[in-house]
Design a protein around this ligand. Structure first.
Ligand code: FAD
Length: 406
């Protein structure tokens, strides 16, 4: 089979399917496999899968296992709520891990190499097409490659998605700046790396955590771009970064000089789609469900997709064939990812509140019991293989109470 795209989603799917005995070729358009960016957070629903792959110890040795995740108000710096990540690990059975994206990607690449995945770079796919007994991909230059199944893990601007949906990425008008700083000296030396911290503020937020066993401090500054809102092309520029955080506390503003100022990430997602399979072509990862990053589940969903495909292949392929494998994948993944994509949007709105709404949010968050996991149980438990295993969605206010308030 062919996997289009060698990002975190494509490589983890290739590994999941190869370990089930399938011959997998990955076609990556870049001239070398790699990841741009800085840190990534991996919740227990992902570390559970890495453990199943025999990769968790390696991932732990490359990353950091923080003790707490803390939300603070970006304006006054006060704590709003926290997760005790040691207790969280006991609850879900697997740790919350933060890791450099390139370390995670390189670990998956090594796993694919060991498993015998056929890994090819400089392969720009321009079209995916169903054939009589499989699917084909056309490459820039015109060469066509055939396979029984094509998994399209080609990211936000997926070529294959066009077969299924005539949609476009949705701009949030938010932009992310990232930066990593050695912790040996300077401000980074004073930051507590046992914590993942997010400062939430009006139309902006700021995240920091440690990477590489504490050698690096990872910081992310995200804000709404006034130029994007005004419909200007050149949006998200560094002058907007400084202005967006002008009213935040000293700690947050102190992190801005550490941001890389020569590149930034405009934040797009797509509206959820509930069909991911077209004949012998299946979407996976951001190609199927690019989210805003606010609940840190984008790469995790991609890793879950690949794991589910591998498990469904193990269950159904020998007796029922590929149609049953893809139907089982299609039956369970889109609904989960729809929930994540829509919750991520809602989470962003909550984080970025201003005025009275911000104060009301802060009161509610301060009242939350640290050990109340109701809002993450649906995310951090085992990845469902059947729709009936999908845990109920968290509803902050039960519908009956909401109606009573009207
Ligand atoms: P991509 O990473 O986009 O990979 C697609 C691959 O396909 C690339 O290698 C690309 O070169 C290749 N490709 C594309 N088109 C073609 C083509 N036509 N032919 C051949 N190859 C092609 N997620 C988390 O889980 N936790 C986090 O903490 C987190 N934080 C984030 C923070 C920020 C600021 C952002 C922007 C995102 C964050 N995410 C996080 C989301 C996560 O990064 C993405 O959801 C994830 O990387 C998607 O992986 P993917 O492999 O599906 O797609």
């Amino acid at each position: 089979m062919i996997v289009v795209g060698g990002g975190i989603g494509g490589l983890s799917a290739a590994y999941a399917l190869t370990r089930r005995g399938l011959a997998v070729r990955v076609l990556e358009r870049a001239s070398a496999f790699g990841e741009v960016g800085a840190g990534i957070q991996l919740a227990p629903n992902c570390t559970r899968i890495l453990d199943d792959y025999g990769l968790l110890d390696e991932a732990k040795s490359l990353g950091v296992l923080p003790d707490a995740m803390i939300m603070r108000d970006a304006v006054d710096g006060t704590e709003l709520t926290r997760l005790d990540l040691r207790d969280l690990e006991r609850r879900y059975g697997f740790p919350y891990l933060v890791i450099h994206r390139s370390d995670l990607h390189a670990m998956l690449l090594r796993a694919c190499e060991r498993a015998g995945v056929d890994l090819r770079t400089s392969q720009q796919v321009t079209a995916c097409t169903n054939t009589a007994d499989g699917a084909s991909v056309t490459l820039a230059g015109g060469r066509v490659e055939e396979a029984r199944i094509v998994v399209a893990a080609d990211g936000l601007h997926s070529v294959a998605r066009k077969l299924i949906a005539d949609d476009e990425p949705v701009s949030s008008a938010y932009v992310a700046y990232r930066g990593t700083t050695p912790t040996a000296s300077g401000r980074a030396a004073d930051v507590d790396l046992s914590e993942v911290v997010v400062y939430v503020g009006p139309r902006c937020h700021f995240v920091h955590y440690g990477l590489r066993g504490g050698e690096l401090l990872n910081q992310v500054a995200v804000f709404e771009s006034p130029k994007a809102r005004a419909g200007e092309e050149d949006w998200g520029t560094p002058d907007e970064l400084d202005a967006a955080f002008a009213a935040t506390c000293d700690f947050v503003r102190g992190g801005l000089p550490d941001m890389w100022r020569d590149r930034w990430w405009r934040m797009y997602d797509r509206d959820p789609i509930m069909t991911w399979v077209d004949g012998n072509i299946a979407l996976l990862g951001d190609a199927a469900h690019p989210p805003l990053q606010y609940i840190a589940q984008g790469a995790i969903m991609a890793i879950e997709d690949g794991w589910v495909l591998g498990e469904q292949a193990a269950r159904h392929l020998a007796d029922e064939g590929w149609a049953a494998v893809l139907a089982a994948y299609q039956a369970v993944r889109p609904e989960h990812c729809r929930r994540v994509v829509t919750t991520s949007r809602a989470w962003g709105e909550l984080w970025h509140l201003d005025g009275l709404a911000r104060q009301q949010r802060n009161v509610l968050l301060r009242e939350r019991d640290t050990y109340d996991y109701a809002f993450v149980d649906w995310l951090y438990g085992p990845t469902a293989l059947d729709p009936s295993d999908e845990p109920p969605m968290f509803t902050p206010i039960p519908l009956s109470s909401a109606n009573a308030l009207r």
